[in-house]
Ligand binder design. Structure first.
Ligand code: ATP
Ligand code: MG
Length: 413
């Protein structure tokens, strides 16, 4: 296989200008550096003439680097680059480029085109002329190939800078915006299919993620928590470490069960989840809540139910899956790697206390009135749940417990 000396990182530039562009590029470079830390080898990430390059300064594993970069939101394409010395004569350069072409495209039935950019004007031949000369060398060496200037199979870029960069492959990146440019969201993460996808989608638009899981031991097992951790771990490949707040919700759930009409259990429980999530979100400086809700999926996700749930929140609630069919959500979860874990059978805290006939058209006043049945103890229970918040720092390769609560609050906000 060809040895590449660098990777040119392509990103979608439309709409990012001026100051935003610098922020975007800095965030992207920061995320690329984090991704490369996971790879064997020494790398340098640099911006030069409005492009981002990753230079490989030691041996490295090509597949490992490409895989890790393919998790970095903001990257539209990854181009492996061969770098040649600037000292080559024009003839030598033609020969080297022909060799590279021959090695990269052993099947000769391709059409091709050259795109030379002469950034170093001291180079004796201009770009148009170089395109012609490279074309001639390729046609001489591989007569089965053809030039096609309109829709070539292969577009070979040659950039003449302080050294000479040659690249023609573009490997797809995940697109989106680099994590960190769009603030931070508190993801309500259950063990299901939807919420990890919802988190991933917001991260793809540049949001950093924290997560909260409402746990109901002993009604839910240790394995249900493990499942949520595993899901957070998969999502963290894209987002970097996720602070996962494991909240003991059992007392609150039992109390609602005891005091409120059973057909309203789910909706009242959902309202308490959102209230708690928002309290943690405010403490940890999140800008929004994120859920995996989708219109009509279950009784608690009818349009009315969503409205009643939403009424307890003052932070914006992002529901990226709101209009998605389950099938389309499943497709994304398979693509991002959460599906296999999501379908493991461990019970979720909501499934234990579900009523046979939950309300589908709850009325806010009525729900609020019934919530007053909880007045006596709910305040203390909510406080206890917050005070016993167990914070796990979930990374792709390991999980650690946050030592102090302050650990989960970012500096400089
Ligand atoms: P999911 O597939 O994400 O579990 P779901 O289809 O099971 O969703 P619900 O159980 O009604 O739907 O939950 C709706 C949303 O509420 C979830 O997407 C998630 O964001 C949040 N949620 C539900 N249960 C929990 C929980 N135990 N802990 C944290 N968030 C939860
Ligand atoms: Mg669920």
């Amino acid at each position: 296989m060809m040895t590449y000396h660098a990777f040119l990182i392509k990103y979608a530039e439309i709409g990012i200008k001026g100051k935003n562009r610098i922020l975007f590029e800095n965030a992207l470079i920061a995320q690329i550096k984090i991704a490369l830390k996971k790879c064997e080898g020494k790398f340098r990430t640099d911006r030069s003439s409005g492009r981002i390059f990753v230079y490989c300064e030691s041996d490295y594993d090509f597949d490992e680097v490409v895989t890790n970069l393919s998790y970095v939101f903001g990257i539209a394409g990854i181009c492996p680059v061969v770098i040649l010395p600037r000292e080559l004569t024009v003839q030598e350069l033609r020969e080297r480029v022909t060799e590279i072409f021959g090695e990269e495209y052993p099947d000769r039935r391709h059409t091709f085109k050259f795109m030379t950019r002469r950034l170093d004007k001291n180079f004796p031949v201009d770009s148009m002329e170089m395109n012609a000369q490279f074309g001639e060398s390729i046609l001489d060496a591989f007569p089965e190939t053809k030039v096609d200037v309109h829709q070539p199979d292969i577009l070979v870029h040659v950039e003449i800078r302080e050294r000479i960069y040659v690249y023609s492959h573009i490997l797809p990146g995940p697109g989106g915006l680099p994590v960190g440019v769009s603030g931070k969201g508190m993801l309500l993460l259950s063990g299901g299919i939807d919420s990890p996808v919802a988190g991933w989608m917001c991260a793809k638009r540049g949001m950093k993620l924290d997560a909260v899981y409402f746990n109901a031991p002993p009604y839910t097992s240790e394995r249900a928590l493990q499942k949520v951790i595993d899901l957070a771990r998969v999502v963290s490949r894209y987002t970097g470490p996720i602070y996962l707040h494991n909240i003991n919700f059992t007392k609150i759930q039992l109390y609602i069960y005891e005091k409120c009409p059973h057909d309203e259990l789910t909706i009242i429980m959902r309202r308490y989840m959102m209230r708690l999530a928002e309290m943690i979100a405010r403490r940890t400086k999140c800008d929004a809540l994120i859920t995996g809700e989708s219109i009509g999926q279950v009784a608690s996700q009818t349009t009315r139910s969503l409205g009643v749930t939403n009424a307890v929140c003052t932070l914006p609630v992002f529901r990226p899956l709101i209009a998605f069919d389950k099938e389309d959500i499943v497709t994304i979860s398979k693509k991002i790697g959460t599906f296999e874990t999501s379908i493991l059978p461990y019970e979720d805290c909501c499934t234990i206390f579900v009523a046979k006939h939950p309300v589908t058209k709850p009325v806010l006043d009525v729900i609020q009135r019934h919530e007053h049945n909880l007045d006596e103890q709910i305040g203390a229970m909510v406080q206890e749940a917050l005070d016993t918040d167990e914070i796990l720092i979930v990374d792709r390769d390991h999980v650690t417990k946050a030592k102090t609560r302050e650990d989960s609050i970012p500096e400089g906000y």
